[in-house]
Design a protein around this ligand. Structure first.
Ligand code: FE
Length: 235
């Protein structure tokens, strides 16, 4: 009895294994053309089901989705934000408009749209340093910074930016003076932030285009400052 039960369990297990294997051979005497595949993970299945449903209902067009993803992955990136910052550094009136109504001022340079509809620009000064996080998920200003870096979406950054912002900044190589205040801003689906870093000393002779090349993505999230000469040029 025990061995029968054992045989049964062994048989059942191998059948179940076979059903989940991509290419098992059928030993019985007929062939059929349906596929036996490894079962995808739960979230992957849900995403696939959701995608199929949205496409089927005509709510989403696959090629439009691909175009959008390609645009934000390869065409729109932090260079847009860098141009906004460089303009603000060289044009006081623009900077004032940027701080008063970021959407309009960013729109003046031709940037805007999805995931950047309600922007707020935060100005760093010698006494105030701004740091941006999304504690809930990964809200980020796509039109000016592109897609968020992996660390921005990570749980440790999302929690530690709030609990220990100075510690996070130190890890990014930024040691703030003790008397500087750190302000942490939590992005949401409604409001996205862009940090306006301080213009580094010694850049008075640079043009707007040259200044834009100094501005890094990380400085516009607030985890670093802009340095001159650019960090890459120093050891
Ligand atoms: Fe978010």
């Amino acid at each position: 009895m025990t061995s029968n039960r054992c045989d049964f369990l062994t048989g059942a297990a191998s059948m179940a294994g076979a059903a989940m294997t991509p290419s098992h051979s059928h030993e019985h005497g007929h062939s059929h053309d349906h596929e036996h595949q490894a079962v995808p993970s739960d979230p992957a299945l849900r995403v696939k089901a959701l995608e199929s449903l949205l496409v089927e209902k005509g709510l989403v067009d696959r090629s439009t989705l691909d175009t959008l993803i390609d645009a934000y992955e390869t065409k729109i990136g932090p260079r847009n934000g860098a141009r906004v910052v460089a303009r603000a550094w060289t044009d006081l009136a623009y900077k004032q408009r940027l701080l008063a109504d970021a959407d309009v001022a960013i729109g003046e340079l031709g940037y805007g749209g999805m995931q950047g509809e309600h922007m707020v620009v935060l100005e760093n000064t010698p006494k105030v340093h701004n740091l941006v996080v999304c504690t809930l998920c990964s809200c980020y200003p796509w039109p000016v910074l592109g897609l968020p870096p992996v660390w921005y979406k990570s749980a440790p950054y999302r929690s530690r930016a709030v609990i220990d912002p100075r510690g996070i900044l130190r890890e990014f190589g930024l040691q703030l003076p003790d008397d500087a205040e750190v302000r942490v801003w939590d992005s949401t689906a409604e409001i996205r932030y862009l940090v306006l870093p301080e213009r580094p000393a010694g850049t008075e002779h640079l043009t707007e285009d040259e200044l834009a090349t100094l501005v890094t993505r990380d400085s516009m999230i607030g985890v670093t400052n802009v340095s001159f000469p650019a960090k890459a040029a120093t050891k």
